[in-house]
Design a protein around this ligand. Structure first.
Ligand code: HSE
Length: 289
C-alpha cells in the first residue's frame, strides 16, 4: 500500500487592497498523510470533519471524476497547525492536499496549471490557493487559466498573525460586502495593490504602511471582529503595516522587530494569540513515504 505525505503552508490573502488576487505563504503548515486502504479512516480530524464529506475527500473526488476512475478508500491523517476559519487559508490546504493526493494515486492526470485551476474552482478565488501551492508572494489572475506570478520577499520581514478565539467564515465575511464600488475606491485599491510586491521585496515598511490600506472589503469586515479597532489604533500610532488576514478573523502586522511582547500588553476583551511567522518559499511538498 502506497503512503504519501503532503505539507501545505497556510496563507494570508488580500494583504489589504489586493482583494482576491494577492496572497503570501507563511511558515505554518497542515500536513496530511494518505494511504490506500480497504475502508475510510480519518486520524486527528475534528469530529465533524472525520468523514467522507470533508473538503479533502470532496476535492479528491473531483480528480477521480476527471480521470473517470472509481475512487478507493484511504486512511487520511492530518497534523494541523493552521487554525480553521481564521483567514489563514486552512480550507485551501485541504483542497490542495486532496487534489494532489488523488493526482498522485492517479499517476499525474493533472498538470500543475490544472491543479491550480481546479483548486481555484473549488475555493472560489486563487489568492490562497496559488501561494499555498507555489510558495512566497503570488499575484494571480482568475482567467480561462489562472495566471500566477511569484515574487521574492525581503528576508528581514516578520508577519505577526493576531489570531482571535472566534472563527469567521469567508461566506459570512463576503456577505457584508457591497455589490458595487466607485471609481474612486477602485483607483485607491489598484494603485496600492500594484506596488505591494515591490515594497515586500524591498522590505520597505514605510511604503507598506501606506499601501496596506483598503476601501474594498476591510471597512465592512472590521466591525465583525471584536477588538480589531484597538489593534488598528496600536498599528496606526506606530505606523506598522496592518491588515486583515484573508477574510478574517485573524489580523496581520508586518515588522522587522518581534511585536509579541508589546501586543500582549494591550487590553482587549477577547482572547487573542500572537504568532510571529516568516514567508514560506517552498509551497506544497509531496513526499512518498
Ligand atoms: N480573498 C478572499 C476574501 C479570502 O477576502 O473573501 C481568501 O480566502
Amino acid at each position: 500500500m502506497k503512503r504519501i505525505r503532503i505539507r501545505v503552508p497556510g496563507t494570508t490573502a488580500n494583504l489589504g487592497p489586493g482583494f482576491d488576487c494577492l496572497g503570501l505563504a507563511l511558515n505554518i503548515y497542515n500536513t496530511f498523510i494518505f494511504e490506500e486502504n480497504f475502508q475510510w479512516e480519518f486520524i486527528n480530524f475534528e469530529n465533524k470533519y472525520a468523514n467522507e464529506n470533508n473538503l479533502v475527500v470532496r476535492s479528491m473526488k473531483k480528480v477521480y471524476e476527471i480521470a473517470k476512475k472509481p475512487m478507493r478508500p484511504f486512511i487520511i491523517e492530518i497534523k494541523e497547525e493552521v487554525p480553521i476559519s481564521r483567514g489563514l487559508g486552512s480550507s485551501a490546504t485541504c483542497i490542495i492536499a486532496g487534489i494532489m493526493a488523488a493526482n498522485f494515486f492517479l499517476d499525474e492526470v493533472l498538470s500543475l496549471d490544472d491543479i491550480i485551476k481546479l483548486a481555484t474552482e473549488i475555493e472560489g478565488h486563487p489568492d490562497n490557493i496559488a501561494p499555498a501551492i507555489l510558495g512566497s508572494l503570488v499575484s494571480s489572475v482568475n482567467s480561462e487559466s489562472i495566471i500566477t506570478v511569484k515574487h521574492d520577499i525581503s528576508s528581514n520581514l516578520l508577519f505577526t498573525a493576531l489570531i482571535p478565539d472566534f472563527a469567521l467564515s469567508t461566506k459570512e465575511a463576503r456577505e457584508v460586502l457591497p455589490q458595487e464600488l466607485s471609481y474612486h475606491k477602485a483607483i485607491y485599491n489598484m494603485s496600492r495593490a500594484i506596488n505591494i510586491p515591490y515594497a515586500l521585496k524591498e522590505g520597505d515598511l514605510v511604503m507598506l504602511y501606506h499601501l496596506l490600506t483598503d476601501k474594498m472589503h476591510e471597512p465592512f469586515r472590521m466591525p465583525l471582529i471584536k477588538d480589531a479597532s484597538v489593534f488598528q489604533e496600536f498599528a496606526h500610532e506606530r505606523q506598522i503595516p496592518f491588515c486583515l488576514s484573508g477574510s478574517g478573523s485573524t489580523l496581520l502586522m508586518i515588522s522587522k522587530e518581534n511585536l509579541e511582547n508589546e501586543l500582549k500588553k494591550i487590553d482587549v476583551s477577547t482572547k487573542w494569540r500572537f504568532v510571529t511567522l516568516k514567508p514560506d518559499n517552498s509551497g506544497t511538498i509531496l513526499e512518498v513515504l
